[in-house]
Design a binder for this molecule. Structure first.
Ligand code: ADP
Ligand code: MG
Length: 357
């Protein structure tokens, strides 16, 4: 097993003319961990990966692999390999030639090369397909070949740019499980970029949320989901209801927040008078008055049955909240319900501006 390397990103900035694709990005990646960089299109994901792989020079900053500065090394001299978004396979070559290509670049040929190619194809679930042509493969099989071509080099860091983006949903979810297994069996450090938050949550040890070239939040998936640091991560990582408010007095580790639904005592910190937002996940809103905080009485505007639960829009005062209620009993449009929430399920966000996301 090849030990994954530690990766350090130190103050990376990348400018294209006036625009900064990346702005002072700092990140430390633990050896052998699976890091997913999550961000919308244009947030700088590909630029970051390309700087890590050595394909794009940064304007400022350094990249270290196990404390060694690789910022100025060419891609082939780095202990990294990249799986490109479009796979970049050679369509006229066989599977084995594609997978062996990188090995020949590293001077590995003959029997050792064939043995490693066969092992890599086995690892990605394509044993015995070496003689097939790329053109005869399905999208999912091509994705596996691209992965085999990367892991055959036995890199210490594997970089993956939206590797499952071209696959249909079912195959994508299946490949997520396989990627996770492959990463654990190899022990390689994986840096995987995607705009798919479900993919990020199912794969990552650590998720790094990227927005406009800056890291907005980073941490384990459950922390990011349950305690997002900003409005952007609260809404980008799944749905959140945001309630505007103004912070009042702090009492111990709790702050009283005045909102249009009343004054709530919630965990967190904010200076008196600060504009804040309270974020509440749809699954944390209750349609009863048992929660610590009573939000109010509202009218069901709409309802979708989604198997495990029913998703409802409820109007309380002049605000609409989205909530996931248990599947039974069915709620009817126009029905009046009481809505409450446990104080522990409310996240206080300092950035309470009403600025559009
Ligand atoms: P993502 O992969 O998250 O969609 P990119 O890293 O591709 O984002 O792009 C980030 C920003 O940098 C975008 O605004 C994009 O237009 C810009 N950008 C990327 N590559 C170039 C380039 N070669 N020249 C000019 N602008 C670029
Ligand atoms: Mg991209």
């Amino acid at each position: 097993m090849i030990r994954g390397a530690k990766l350090t990103i130190e103050g990376i900035t990348k400018r294209y003319g006036e625009t900064a694709a990346l702005n002072d990005v700092h990140l430390e990646v633990t050896p052998g961990s699976y890091v997913v960089v999550l961000g919308p299109s244009g947030s700088g994901k590909t630029t970051l990966l390309s700087i890590l792989g050595g394909f794009t020079p940064p304007t400022e900053g350094r990249i270290l692999v196990d404390e060694i500065d690789v910022t100025h090394l060419s891609p082939v001299k780095r202990p990294t390999t990249t799986v490109f978004q479009d796979y970049a396979l050679f369509p006229h070559m066989t599977v084995a030639k594609n997978v062996g290509f990188g090995l020949s670049m590293h001077g590995i040929k003959g029997e050792e090369s064939s043995a490693r190619v066969a092992r890599a194809l086995e690892l990605v679930g394509l044993p015995g397909t070496g003689d097939r042509h790329i053109a005869s493969l399905s999208g999912g099989q091509r994705q596996r070949v691209a992965l085999a071509r990367a892991v055959v080099i036995e890199p210490r860091v594997l970089l993956l740019d939206e590797p499952l983006g071209a696959l249909d949903l079912k195959l994508r979810r299946q490949m997520q499980d396989e990627l996770s297994e492959i990463q654990r069996s190899l022990g390689t450090t994986f840096v995987h970029v995607t705009h798919d938050q479900e993919e990020a949550m199912s794969l990552a040890d650590i998720i790094v949320v990227l927005r406009d070239g800056r890291i907005e939040d980073q941490g384990p998936p459950d922390r990011l989901y349950l305690r997002p640091a900003t409005r952007f991560s609260a809404t980008f990582m799944g749905d959140s209801n945001l309630v505007q408010g103004v912070a009042g007095q702090s009492i111990g580790e709790r702050v009283s927040v005045e909102t249009s639904f009343g004054t709530f005592l919630v965990g967190g910190e904010a200076p008196v008078g600060a504009r804040v937002a309270l974020a509440v996940r749809p699954e944390h809103l209750r349609i009863d008055d048992v929660g610590d905080l009573l939000i109010g009485e509202g009218r069901v505007l709409g309802r979708h049955f989604i198997g495990a639960h029913q998703r409802c829009r409820v109007e309380i005062g002049d605000q609409e909240l989205v909530l996931n209620a248990p599947a039974k009993p069915p709620l009817g449009e126009g029905q009046i319900v009481r809505v409450s929430v446990d104080a522990d399920d409310v996240v206080l966000l300092q950035d309470g501006s009403s600025e559009a996301l």
